[in-house]
Design a protein around this ligand. Structure first.
Ligand code: FAD
Length: 434
């Protein structure tokens, strides 16, 4: 009898397994594909590797005085990428086993709230954790297109790429492909790319995309694709785009079908499994974490959910609090935000930050939001390394720090983080460099 059976070994599932193993619980972790889930194998990690490659090349290409003559052997690069991923996922599996977790390969089928079948084998557990993740939305009539897995496994850079969907995945990969020489068109149905993200931050990304020669078409509904020498993407109103490859990134849906979930008769929240703040479903010994349990569908949210579920399986009383959740888009410039906006705000331009200028970066802004007492409620950054900088601001929101706490803290020079300090200074005085 296991203390917990976990289905899915993405950031949610493997983190829950390790956390429970660290506390001497007997755990089974079931995975039908690769350890590490979508994030490590086909999402966060390979997409960031591609972005790093593209940024490195583009940095030199845009640097005055540098002339660049290069070629990329994508097959060799893919070999490197997979060896890097295997190193990471191998480490995760070793860690799991080191903590006594039984890692079981195969497709899990839920028999009831305490029994799970893998092939012919049935195992029993006191608790069940569903961490089956998500998959891309597919639309009938839009065929033979790439999804995240295919685009991240390309063996050459397409001469041209049309991207259906201007959300974060489309923008991140589209920017990288453009920097690597593909002629990229992003087609978005909403009036702007990155819908749902603060437009004040998004406009910096739009500016950069235009500099990089990316065509952005907004307010356009794609009807279907047609295949000839190139793939033709037909839109409402008779407009079309032709490209060698088409990437479809119009959203993701939770994996809730085909593995006996219906046998539990869980309450749902739309397509997601409904959970309470303890990450418990409507059946008390069944937990759901990560993408399958609701927005935001992010790896660090899955890690966080895993901690909460593991605590509760161990008899603690832990609840989720997503208030200081960081959101990051690895666009150019990177966008990162956390917390919430409030009436008072302060801004500092990237162009006034010395370290950014050394990187030939001058587009973007640092925004901090604070209340009438000066307490930081949120922040929004469009800046180099915004993905790294946002943690300081999430900590501020989480801890109820004042803008003055950030402004009075010595930040190393020259760093982009000085931009955060200078933004905070303006909440009670004046920044030094603006
Ligand atoms: P997943 O990682 O999807 O893992 C679920 C696992 O469950 C899979 O391995 C699957 O095979 C397994 N499984 C499903 N059903 C069964 C079954 N019946 N039996 C056995 N195993 C099963 N998030 C970020 O925070 N930062 C990023 O930079 C980022 N970049 C991304 C880039 C791309 C291109 C994509 C697609 C996603 C990105 N994400 C990013 C999102 C991130 O990948 C997900 O939020 C994260 O993987 C969710 O983790 P999870 O554990 O819920 O599920």
């Amino acid at each position: 009898m296991y203390d917990a059976i976990i289905i899915g070994s993405g950031p949610g599932g493997y983190a829950a397994a390790i956390r429970l193993g660290q506390r001497q619980k007997k755990v089974a972790l079931i995975e039908k594909d690769k350890i590490g889930g979508e994030c490590l194998n086909y999402g966060c990690i390979p997409s960031k590797a591609l972005i790093e490659l593209a940024n490195s090349i583009n940095y030199l290409r845009e640097m005055p005085g540098v002339s660049l003559n290069y070629s990329i052997d994508m097959k060799k690069w893919q070999e490197w990428k997979w060896s890097m991923i295997n190193r990471l996922t191998g480490g995760v599996e070793t860690l799991c086993k080191g903590y006594g977790v039984d890692v079981i390969r195969g497709e899990a089928y839920i028999v009831d709230a305490t029994h799970v079948k893998i092939g012919e084998k049935v195992i029993e557990g006191k608790n069940l954790v569903i961490a089956t993740g998500s998959k891309p939305v597919r639309i009938k009539g839009i065929d033979d297109v790439m999804y995240n897995r295919e685009v991240l496994d390309l063996d050459h850079i397409p001469e041209s790429t049309a991207i259906i969907g201007g959300g974060y995945i489309g923008v991140e990969i589209g920017t990288a492909l453009a920097k690597l020489g593909s002629k990229v068109t992003i087609i978005e149905m909403m009036p702007s790319i990155l819908p749902g993200t603060d437009q004040e931050l998004v406009r910096h990304v739009e500016r950069r995309l235009s500099q990089l020669g990316v065509r952005v078409m907004t307010g356009k509904k794609v009807l279907n694709t047609q295949h000839g020498d190139k793939i033709r993407v037909n839109m409402e109103g008779g407009e079309y785009v032709e490209a060698e490859k088409v990437l479809m990134t119009v959203g993701r849906v939770p994996n809730t079908e085909g593995f006996g979930l219906e046998n539990l008769k869980l309450e749902m929240d739309g397509r997601f499994i409904k959970t309470d703040a303890h990450k418990r479903t409507s059946v008390p010994n069944v937990y759901a974490i990560g993408d399958v349990s609701g927005q935001p569908m992010l790896a660090h949210k899955a890690y966080y959910d895993a901690d909460i579920a593991a605590d509760n399986i161990c008899g603690m009383d832990s609840v989720v609090e997503y208030r200081a959740m960081p959101y990051v888009i690895y666009s150019d410039p990177e966008i990162a935000y956390t917390g919430s906006k409030s009436a008072k705000s302060t801004r500092f331009p990237v162009a006034a930050n010395g370290r950014s200028l050394t990187m030939n970066e001058s587009i973007g802004t640092f925004n901090i939001y604070y209340d009438e007492k000066g307490i930081v409620t949120g922040a929004g950054l469009a800046a180099p390394h915004a993905s790294e900088l946002i943690s300081e601001l999430s900590l501020a929101v989480e801890s109820g720090l004042m803008a003055m706490d950030i402004g009075l803290t010595i930040h190393p020079h020259p760093t982009v983080s000085e931009g955060v300090k200078e933004t905070a200074e303006e909440a009670y005085g004046k920044p030094l460099h603006f």
